[in-house]
Design a protein around this ligand. Structure first.
Ligand SMILES: [Zn+2]
Length: 166
C-alpha cells in the first residue's frame, strides 16, 4: 500500500508541500501545515483562514491579500554579507513578497495574512545573531506591533455585512 497523498494545501499560505508532522485540529477538522510559522498563524487567528456558516468565507478563502510594507532601518549601510544573510532568512518565511535594500534601510513587503511583523523581526534578529552581536544592537525599528494586531482582529471578526464581532 502506498501512503495516501494529501493534496489539501496549507490553509495559511496555500503551498502544497505540507509537513505531515504539523497537524492541528480545529472545529473537528484536522489540518496540515507547511511550516510551524503557518501553524502558529492559524492558531492565533483561525477566522482569517476558515469561514463558518454564520459569517461566510474567511478573508483567506476570499483570496484577500493584505500587503504591507515596513522600513527597518539599520545604524550603518547594510553590507553585502549582511544583505545575503538577511535575504536568506527572510525569504525562508512564508508571505514575504519583496525585499529591497537601500543604504541603511531594508524595505519588506509582506502579506499580513501569511506572516506577522513579529516573525519578520525574529528572522532578522536570528540572522543578526548569526552575523555578529553588534548588528542586533544597531537595528532601529520604528515598528508598531499593536496596530498590526488590531488590524488582524478586525479582519478576523468583521464580515461583509460589517461590524459583527464574535
Ligand atoms: Zn503555509
Amino acid at each position: 500500500m502506498s501512503k495516501p497523498v494529501f493534496t489539501i494545501p496549507c490553509p495559511v499560505c496555500q503551498m502544497t508541500n505540507i509537513n505531515h508532522d504539523l497537524l492541528l485540529s480545529y472545529q473537528g477538522v484536522e489540518r496540515y501545515f507547511c511550516s510551524s510559522q503557518c501553524l502558529e498563524r492559524f492558531r492565533s487567528y483561525p477566522h482569517l483562514y476558515v469561514g463558518d456558516p454564520q459569517h461566510g468565507l474567511s478573508p483567506k478563502q476570499k483570496n484577500q491579500v493584505e500587503l504591507k510594507q515596513r522600513r527597518i532601518r539599520f545604524n550603518e549601510v547594510i553590507g553585502d554579507d549582511v544583505k545575503k544573510v538577511l535575504e536568506e532568512s527572510l525569504l525562508a518565511l512564508m508571505g514575504i513578497r519583496v525585499l529591497t535594500f537601500d543604504q541603511q534601510d531594508l524595505f519588506v513587503t509582506y502579506d499580513l495574512l501569511e506572516v506577522s511583523l513579529e516573525s519578520i523581526e525574529k528572522a532578522i534578529e536570528d540572522s543578526a545573531t548569526r552575523l555578529r552581536g553588534t548588528v542586533l544592537e544597531n537595528i532601529k525599528r520604528g515598528l508598531i506591533h499593536y496596530s498590526e494586531e488590531c488590524e488582524l482582529e478586525n479582519l478576523a471578526h468583521l464580515t461583509k455585512d460589517g461590524g459583527y464581532r464574535l
